[in-house]
Ligand binder design. Structure first.
Ligand code: FAD
Length: 470
């Protein structure tokens, strides 16, 4: 009898733990449940949903090369997953289902129900750990709790990592041609909005592998120096691919080992810094699993639930539309809306601007980001927002409020990035691009600052100072 493999955010055939396990048990039939209304309720927008759709299409081609048919079903909500999968098991005669686990709360609940319902029906459903080097719960502090601080987490990660954990799973060999045909894929979802992150982000395992190789060959060694400069393509731009599993963290780390004489924690400074970012990705997945309140719109640090966030609709709109009057903040927000992606340094700056300078609830920014990002991923996005808003694990201390103008002189000193996304300032000399005078603003029709940095900084500090930590 055949075995079902349920693909979700692991859209690849190479080095896929659950697929490898399924293929060992018999001929595989692949399943994808598209759950658009639920994903939209979670906050994903056209860029991510379109990329996901294109990723499934690329996966279908890869699977066809292995004679694995792909069955595609649209469902409305996660609670329809168990019955839909049980119906597919009946139709195909499969007795076993495999999938790779996902760690945010709704996904864990969905998977638990699937496992229970399969057991009740006398069938088996098995969740595999695949997404990170350590499953949540495997790396714990001396007191047996989840880590709340990144550095000790990263130390433990390096200390306990073994070659075995990073061993790649082979692509299953092609199976005999199946009796079941693949479903035709429905057209890309119409969501009332056009995706903008299309040409720059070809979907699938092949473009992902290609990016990884090019990054390591040309940019990896310069990463430590270039990663903070948004005008340079200094980072890997692999985030959408990692978020949907078109490349695995093992493939990334193996590639580093290959380039760095078998080392991850020492050796080339650029590669070591890049590995550290991959560990941040894992950290935030562990945080989401270990402290599920963060999946329920709650702050990690409970006392920060009481920040008196301002209800400033005009400020929020100015931030969303890139008209705060702070050129680097505006360039960043326009990059997000126009391209569906934003550089990491700028994510930190804009998130801090919203939550500190405007003192607007970070959750509004979190959902705006998720709506636009092609790499929108709950754990990293929530972790990044709670970091910037000083409400999270190992967050920025509340009194360290980035000065957006200083940040631009440090990381975009010539205003090259600003000129690209705020073209009205492009004709000004660098100093004017970074901090246009009142006259230059008038001439270029660029708005005055929505808040004064010094005043806004003190207001934010006061709002946090008023709270009593737990
Ligand atoms: P690289 O610098 O090449 O890093 C390699 C990979 O490491 C990334 O692809 C990503 O998977 C991971 N990574 C890097 N930095 C982080 C980090 N700080 N936290 C977690 N993982 C990281 N990343 C997302 O994938 N999805 C999101 O929705 C997301 N939202 C964010 C929101 C805020 C407010 C902040 C501050 C950060 C957010 N990040 C998010 C993390 C980070 O900004 C992006 O992963 C990174 O910019 C992607 O570019 P890259 O692939 O070139 O990264």
């Amino acid at each position: 009898t055949c075995v079902l493999m349920w693909f979700r955010s692991d859209l690849r055939v190479h080095d896929n733990t659950a697929l490898a396990a399924a293929a060992r048990q018999g001929p595989v039939v692949a399943v994808f449940l598209r759950c658009l209304p639920q994903w939209q309720r979670h906050g994903h927008g056209a860029n991510k949903l379109d990329f996901w759709h294109r990723g499934v299409s690329a996966l279908r081609r890869e699977l066809a090369g292995l004679n694995i048919p792909l069955l595609h079903r649209d469902i409305e909500a996660y609670d329809q997953a168990p019955t839909t999968l049980l119906a597919l098991a009946r139709e195909t005669g499969a007795q076993r289902l495999h999938f790779n686990r996902e760690y945010p709360l709704d996904e864990q609940r969905r998977d638990q129900t699937v496992i229970t319902d399969f057991e009740r029906a006398g069938l088996s459903a098995r969740g595999h750990h695949d997404a990170t080097a350590f499953a949540p719960g495997e790396l714990l502090t001396g007191n047996g709790g989840y880590y709340r601080v990144f550095t000790p987490f990263a130390k433990a990660w390096h200390r306990q990592l073994s070659a075995e954990r990073l061993t790649l799973h082979d692509t299953p060999p092609p199976q005999s041609p199946p009796a079941i045909a693949s479903d035709p894929l429905p057209p890309s979802p119409h969501l009332g909005e056009q995706p903008v992150a299309t040409e720059d982000w070809p979907a699938g395992a092949e473009p992902a592998a290609d990016r990884l190789e090019r990054f390591l060959r040309f940019r990896g060694r310069h990463y430590a120096r270039q990663r903070d400069i948004p005008a340079i393509q200094g980072t890997s731009e692999l985030s959408p691919y990692l978020a949907l599993g078109m490349v695995s963290h093992r493939q990334c780390l193996q590639a580093v080992l290959g380039e760095n004489h078998g080392r991850l924690a020492e050796g080339d400074a650029g590669l070591v810094a890049w590995v550290n970012e991959l560990v941040w990705r894992e950290f935030y997945q562990h945080v989401a699993a270990g402290f599920p309140r963060v999946c329920q719109h709650r702050a990690f640090q409970r006392h920060t639930e009481y920040v008196a966030w301002r209800n400033d609709e005009a400020g929020f709109r100015a931030w969303c539309e890139g008209r705060t009057g702070y050129p680097l903040v505006d360039a960043a927000m326009r990059q997000l809306v126009q391209t569906g992606w934003m550089h990491n340094r700028l994510r930190m700056i804009t998130a801090m601007f919203l939550s500190k300078h405007l003192l607007i609830d970070w959750r509004r920014g979190e959902s705006f980001f998720l709506h636009h990002l092609v790499d929108g991923e709950f754990c990293a996005n929530n972790g990044g927002w709670q970091w910037a808003a000083s409400t999270g694990t190992d967050a920025a201390p509340y009194f360290r409020v980035f000065n957006p103008t200083t940040q631009s002189s440090r990381f975009d000193s010539e205003g090259a990035f600003i000129a690209k996304f705020v073209p009205e300032l492009a004709a000004l000399p660098p100093k004017g691009r970074l901090a246009p005078s009142a006259e230059q603003r008038q001439q270029t029709h660029y708005p005055p600052p929505v808040v004064d940095h010094k005043v806004a900084r003190l207001r934010a500090i006061d709002a946090f100072k008023a709270l009593k930590p737990d």
